[in-house]
Structures are given as structure tokens and as C-alpha cells.
Design a protein around this ligand. Structure first.
Ligand SMILES: *[C@@H]1O[C@H](CO)[C@@H](O)[C@H](O)[C@H]1NC(C)=O
Ligand SMILES: *[C@@H]1O[C@H](CO)[C@@H](O)[C@H](O)[C@H]1NC(C)=O
Ligand SMILES: *[C@@H]1O[C@H](CO)[C@@H](O)[C@H](O)[C@H]1NC(C)=O
Ligand SMILES: *[C@@H]1O[C@H](CO)[C@@H](O)[C@H](O)[C@H]1NC(C)=O
Ligand SMILES: *[C@@H]1O[C@H](CO)[C@@H](O)[C@H](O)[C@H]1NC(C)=O
Ligand SMILES: *[C@@H]1O[C@H](CO)[C@@H](O)[C@H](O)[C@H]1NC(C)=O
Length: 617
């Protein structure tokens, strides 16, 4: 079920495209966009991964660059937070049974292991936040791509990184345990994970910079993910027979402190701050998403996506952007709007729509829909009444079972609302599918860092939730009771450097038998013209134009004249000649000009090579 043979991935992928060609309705159009952009996003993530990605030259294996952009802004660094969220997305994909992405399970697992090995090294890199000796160095937000510390001035420390990284690693460790590989979880992973857990247990009650790296205080997002990490840590320690003294004792205290972020109307993003803002912030929606537990009830204490608090907060957050973005002009409440980080934002010359924000707004709603359907009812309370009122002005407080008309009406409208956010992202996605960091709030042109790793990860998680593919439970059910009084007595942790993690030989499994090679060809064609390739090997039809290999135009657009196809069954190391040709509607064959092209199927890494060509007329 989980293991997809290497060679079948491409065929699954292209079949998925074919069945969705020629969309006939708006919803088919969205479905087709979701498929293509999901595949583009997984590629976008792996292109930014060191040791294999074409956009991350010079980057150590297993490190994600935040973006290939090296100026204005320079994101050619690795961030602990962005990387942890991205690898968590890949780990969830790896563990899910549904497939259709242009990457094999084998490659994904190698990526996950490389990530873990690289993080083990980073944990011990002394940096401006401190060292591993007392844990302080773990709060450093970003590093150079060659595993060196970043020594420039920055908003540091940021205390969400170790928690998010622990959560990602624990998710994979749990998978290993349930697949008979518990010794790897115990011997290789636990020493790395326990450093991060110790950090959370020791420093959660200290201020730090929030995820936008601008303000120093106590951040909702940071504390929410810290709570989750310690709950997961306690469960993992129990399974492995290890000890995590801080996990069990600190988790309830963090949960207690978290309650003070609820101000009765929405979740305040930051407290214990020098400066004041409204506190309306994507920070809080991301907090709900990244602590979503598919087994949980609609609990207010943990701000679950379907909780009254999270829904009220979602409305306040989205509504705060309605009047300030020109691109939101004329969009009514209850219809999706473009959103950004927070309404007072001035980064990059003004407030802009952020892909990951618009995607997060959708994802939280898909999470909530999953929970209502699973629980079999939906509650409208004083707190959530205004949220639901946007979809049905006559709705009253009450509990509505899944069989009721009210449940059906509301959930259907909320799904349409969630899809509306995806449709906005679709509208602002350039034809090449690249997701940048932001898009201009007035003109919708992509802005700042291009190919942002986190934007791609956000796309994948949002559309996975839309398809009801949810991550494993983190144990919320046993960790949602708030202590009657809050106290803070953090535990001093013990830390030790890990000399070696997973063997690096897993970084790329060299091809030994057959290699799928993806060919991309740029050629302007008209409707009815079809592009093929042939050459001197049987996989390409031995120069017989009746047996050539057909390329597909499923990613072809007016501005990006792309034809492509994945040729399988070429033996590693085989040299071959090839050429492109077109079949005209009347059956005539038109060859490209010039000498035969020559290619040698690689024997080493990477194992899924690409070749980019331009038609020679
Ligand atoms: C520490 O925890 C206490 C108790 O919850 C809380 O009142 C205080 O604001 C916290 N301080 C920081 C910096 O986290
Ligand atoms: C994709 O298109 C956008 C917008 O036109 C452009 O800024 C970006 O550089 C393109 N990316 C690639 C990889 O071609
Ligand atoms: C967007 O439009 C507003 C109002 O016209 C203007 O003040 C602002 O400078 C524009 N921002 C950008 C980034 O173009
Ligand atoms: C960790 O870093 C310290 C200080 O730089 C160094 O002495 C030690 O050898 C490192 N340990 C490992 C396992 O890399
Ligand atoms: C195909 O062409 C390549 C490159 O010219 C050559 O090395 C190879 O021997 C040819 N293969 C066959 C089966 O003729
Ligand atoms: C077939 O169509 C091509 C243009 O697509 C044209 O150049 C060619 O003359 C046509 N051949 C016949 C036999 O009609």
C-alpha cells in the first residue's frame, strides 16, 4: 500500500492529469489546478533541498533553503521553522496511502533521513543564540546552507523551531516503531529528539521572537506547537522506555498559559510585548492548523480548528483584510478574501497577500469540516455564532447533528468558502506554477522571494486536508485539560551532541537497473498538433514514428509552451540518440531540424533525471 514501485509513479502521475484534461466547469478547473499545482509544489520543495535539488546548489544534504532568492530578500539560508514544517508535510505524505506526486516513497524516506541527520549536526553548531551545552543554541532561527552559523544581526532566539522539529521527527519515529524499526527510533532518533524536547521544557516561559521575526514576546503559535511537542514527546518516551522529565510536567503548564491568549473575541498573537498591535495575526490560524488533531473534539482549550474560539478567530482574522486590500474590493463577508500576516504589516512596502496565509485560511476550514463529519455534529455557540451567521443569517445557537438540514447547509457553504481561498491562490499563481512568498495587494503580481519552500508546503497540506488526508493524531485527547491555576517552573534540561545519525549512504540510492527520465520540450504548437519523440532504443520506438513516445500538453499554457513526458524502462548507463517530431492533424510528420540529440541514462545520482530541450525549427 505504502510502497509504490519506482517505475509506476510516473504513470500514476500522468494518468491523473489525463482524466482531468479539458475542464468543463469551474469546479473541474479547480480540481485540475489542485492536481497540477500539488505536483508542482512537491517538485518545488525537492528542488530547494540540499544534496539533490537543482535550485539549492552548495547546500548540505538534508537542508532546505527557504527560497532560491539571494537578494531582496536574501533567503538563501536554512530556517529551522520553515524546514521543520516542510519536512512534516513530506513525512505525512510518506505515511499516507494516497499517491500521485512526482516522487517515490524511497526518495521521500531518503529525504526525511537526510533532514534528520543534518539537524543532528545543526543542533551542535555554536551560534549567536548560544551553544548546545545549555540548550540555548537550539533557539537559533537560521543557519548558513553549509551548516555554518549565521552571524549577522537577527531577531533571535525563536523558540518554535525545536518544538516543530521535535514534532516532525517524532512523527517519523512513531512510524518506524509501528513498522518494526523501533530500534532506529530508539538508538538514532531519540538522542536528537530529546535535545529539542529538553529545550522546550527549559525555555518555554522565556520570551523570544515570533515566527515573523519582528517582535520579542510570548507568541501563541510558539506556545501551541511547544505544547503539542511535549505531549508527543511524553508519548514517545513511554513507548521507547526513555525518560523526558519535562514533557509530562511542562505540557499542562504551557496549556494553562495558552488560555490567556484568548481575549473573548479572538486569539491574540503575542503577549508580554513591548509594542502594541491588535494581535490579529495569521500566527493564530497557523497555531490551530499545526496543532490540529483528527481524533480531537472541537476543544476550545487546544484551539482545535472546529472549536468555537478558532472559528471566531478565523472570522476576525479574514475580515481584518477585507477593507485594506484593493484586490478584496467587492468581496462580501462569508466569501474568501486575500489575507496576509497581520493587518498592520509593512514588510516589503505594504501589506500583501501571502500565499501561505490564504492557504492556511482554507486549510483550517478543511480541518474543521473533517472534524465535524467525524464527530457527526456541529455546535453553534455564542462565540461562534457570528462565524456561522456569514453562511446562514438565520442560524441559531444549538447543536446540529450530521443528519440535520442545518448541518448540511452550513458545511456545504463552508466548504465552498474554503475552496474560495484556493481559487484566489489559483488566480494569483503565475502560469509556470511557481509560488513566491507574496503577491502585490493591489495588482496581484508575485512579490519578494520566489519559489518559497514554505509556500509549496502550505499548498500541499491544504489540498491534502481538502481530500480528507489527515496527519496522525498527536494525542490531544489526553492533553486538553487545563490546570486550575497556572504556574511556571521550567525544568533545566540536559543536552548532548549526536555524533552520527542515519548513514549518509541513504542520501541517494544509485540507479542500477532502469531509470525513468523526464523530458521537457518547449515548442509553440496549435490545437491538433501532437509532439512525440523517438530514438535508437526500443523505449523510444527505434526511430519508427508510428511507435514514438508521446509527450503530453497538460502543463502547456499560452506563455509556457511546455510538452513533457516520463520515459521509463531505459537501462541505467545506456547511451542513446533521440529527436522530437510533430504529428500534424492531417497525419503528416514534421521533424525538428539538426543533428540527433544524444543522452546517457545516468547510473549515479539523482535517480530521476530531467532533460530540458527547446524545439529546433
Ligand atoms: C510564564 O508563565 C506564567 C504563568 O503562566 C505567565 O503568567 C507568564 O506571562 C509567562 N511568561 C513568559 C515570558 O512566558
Ligand atoms: C515563474 O513566473 C513568475 C512570474 O512571471 C516569475 O517571476 C518566475 O521567475 C518564474 N519562475 C520560473 C522558475 O521560471
Ligand atoms: C496599493 O494601493 C494603495 C492605494 O492606492 C497605495 O497607497 C499603495 O502604495 C499601493 N501599494 C502597493 C504595494 O502597490
Ligand atoms: C559539538 O561541538 C563541540 C563544540 O564545538 C565540539 O567540541 C564537539 O566535538 C561536537 N560534538 C560532535 C559530536 O560533533
Ligand atoms: C544509440 O546511439 C548511441 C549514441 O550514438 C550509441 O552509443 C548506441 O550504441 C546506439 N544504440 C544502438 C542500440 O544502436
Ligand atoms: C498537412 O498539414 C500541414 C500543416 O499542418 C501542411 O503543411 C501540409 O501541407 C499538409 N499536408 C497534406 C498532404 O495535406
Amino acid at each position: 500500500m505504502r510502497l509504490t514501485p519506482l517505475t509506476s509513479v510516473a504513470s500514476v502521475l500522468w494518468t491523473g492529469y489525463l482524466t482531468l484534461a479539458s475542464p468543463t466547469s469551474k469546479s473541474a478547473d479547480l480540481a485540475s489546478y489542485i492536481l497540477k499545482e500539488g505536483q508542482r509544489s512537491v517538485l518545488g520543495i525537492t528542488e530547494n533541498l540540499g544534496g539533490k535539488g537543482s535550485k539549492a546548489p552548495g547546500t548540505a544534504a538534508g537542508l532546505f533553503i527557504a527560497s532560491p532568492n539571494t537578494a531582496n530578500p536574501d533567503y538563501y539560508y536554512t530556517w529551522t521553522r520553515d524546514s521543520a514544517l516542510t519536512i512534516k508535510c513530506l513525512i505525512d505524505l510518506f505515511e499516507s496511502s494516497g499517491w500521485g506526486y512526482p516522487i517515490t516513497h524511497q526518495e521521500l524516506e531518503a529525504d526525511i533521513r537526510n533532514y534528520i541527520s543534518a539537524q543532528a549536526v545543526l543542533q551542535n553548531v555554536s551560534n549567536p543564540s548560544g551553544t548546545l551545552k545549555d540548550g540555548s543554541g537550539l533557539g537559533e532561527p537560521k543557519f548558513e546552507i553549509d551548516l555554518n552559523p549565521f552571524t549577522g544581526s537577527w531577531g533571535r532566539p525563536q523558540r518554535d523551531g525545536p518544538a516543530l522539529r521535535a514534532t516532525a521527527m517524532i512523527t517519523y519515529a512513531d512510524w518506524l516503531i509501528s513498522h518494526g524499526q523501533g530500534s532506529e527510533a530508539s538508538e538514532i532518533m531519540w538522542p536528537i529528539i530529546s535535545n529539542d524536547l529538553a529545550y522546550v521544557g527549559q525555555y518555554w516561559n522565556n520570551t523570544g521572537f515570533d515566527l515573523w521575526e519582528e517582535v520579542d514576546g510570548s507568541s501563541f503559535f510558539t506556545l501551541a506547537v511547544q505544547h503539542r511537542a511535549l505531549v508527543q514527546g511524553a508519548n514517545l518516551a513511554k513507548k521507547l522506555g526513555k525518560s523526558c522529565p519535562a514533557c509530562a510536567s511542562q505540557a499542562p503548564q504551557i496549556l494553562c498559559f495558552l488560555q490567556s491568549f484568548w481575549n473573548g473575541k479572538y486569539i491574540t498573537a503575542n503577549i508580554n510585548l513591548e509594542t502594541s498591535r491588535s494581535g490579529i495575526d495569521l500566527n493564530t490560524v497557523l497555531g490551530s492548523i499545526h496543532t490540529f488533531d483528527p481524533e480531537a473534539a472541537c476543544d476550545d482549550s487546544t484551539f482545535q480548528p472546529c472549536s468555537a474560539r478558532a472559528l471566531a478567530n478565523h472570522k476576525v482574522y479574514v475580515d481584518s483584510f477585507r477593507s485594506i486590500y484593493k484586490i478584496n474590493a467587492g468581496i462580501a463577508k462569508g466569501s474568501a478574501a486575500n489575507v496576509g500576516r497581520y493587518p498592520e504589516d509593512v514588510y516589503q512596502g505594504g501589506i500583501h497577500g501571502k500565499y501561505l496565509a490564504t492557504l492556511a485560511a482554507a486549510e483550517m476550514l478543511y480541518d474543521a469540516l473533517y472534524q465535524w463529519n467525524k464527530i457527526g455534529k456541529l455546535d453553534v455557540t455564542e462565540t461562534s455564532l457570528a462565524f456561522f451567521g456569514d453562511f446562514d443569517a438565520s442560524v441559531r445557537k444549538g447543536s446540529y447533528s450530521a443528519h440535520s438540514q442545518t448541518f448540511k447547509t452550513l458545511t456545504s457553504a463552508i466548504r465552498t468558502y474554503a475552496d474560495g481561498f484556493l481559487t484566489l491562490v489559483q488566480e494569483y499563481t503565475p502560469s509556470n506554477g511557481s509560488l513566491a512568498e507574496q503577491y502585490n495587494r493591489n495588482t496581484s503580481v508575485p512579490l519578494s522571494a520566489n519559489d518559497l519552500t514554505w509556500s509549496y508546503a502550505s499548498f500541499v497540506t491544504a489540498v491534502q486536508r481538502r481530500a480528507s488526508n489527515v496527519p496522525a493524531s498527536w494525542g490531544e485527547k489526553s492533553a486538553n485539560v487545563v490546570p486550575t491555576t497556572c504556574s511556571a517552573s521550567p525544568v533545566t534540561g540536559t543536552y548532548s551532541a549526536v555524533a552520527s545519525a542515519f548513514p549518509t549512504s541513504t542520501s541517494c540510492v544509485p540507479a542500477t537497473n532502469v531509470v525513468p527520465i523526464t523530458f521537457y520540450l518547449i515548442e509553440n504548437t496549435f490545437y491538433g498538433e501532437n509532439v512525440y519523440m523517438t530514438g535508437n532504443i526500443s523505449a523510444l520506438g527505434n526511430w519508427n514514428t508510428d511507435n514514438g513516445f508521446p509527450l503530453t500538453a497538460n502543463l502547456y499554457t499560452e506563455t509556457d509552451n511546455l510538452w513533457f513526458g516520463s520515459v521509463e524502462f531505459i537501462s541505467a548507463g545506456t547511451p542513446f540518440e533521440y529527436k522530437y517530431y510533430k504529428f500534424e492533424p492531417n497525419g503528416t510528420v514534421i521533424w525538428e531540424s539538426g543533428e540527433n540529440r544524444v543522452y546517457v541514462a545516468p547510473t549515479g545520482c539523482p535517480i530521476q533525471p530531467n532533460q530540458h530541450d527547446v524545439w529546433r525549427s
